[in-house]
Design a protein around this ligand. Structure first.
Ligand SMILES: [Zn+2]
Length: 65
């Protein structure tokens, strides 16, 4: 991946999704953090992803009993 401090929304959303599966490298994390500060739409995606992740975890924890 090329090094760019400012991502497009498309690149940012790809990183947000990737973060569900793997840890982001420092450049990816920096780029995403910078983007979220200047973008109105992507922080909403992050919140939705966090909610999805929490719901999945709760469902999984609930079924382990
Ligand atoms: Zn964006």
């Amino acid at each position: 991946m090329r090094y760019l401090p400012f991502l497009t929304c498309r690149e940012a959303s790809r990183l947000i999704t990737a973060e569900l599966d793997r840890a982001l490298n420092p450049f990816e994390r920096l780029g995403l953090t910078m983007h979220l500060k200047i973008c109105d739409a992507c922080p909403i995606v992050v919140r939705q992803m966090a909610l999805v992740r929490r719901t999945i975890r709760e469902l999984r924890d609930g079924s382990e009993r």
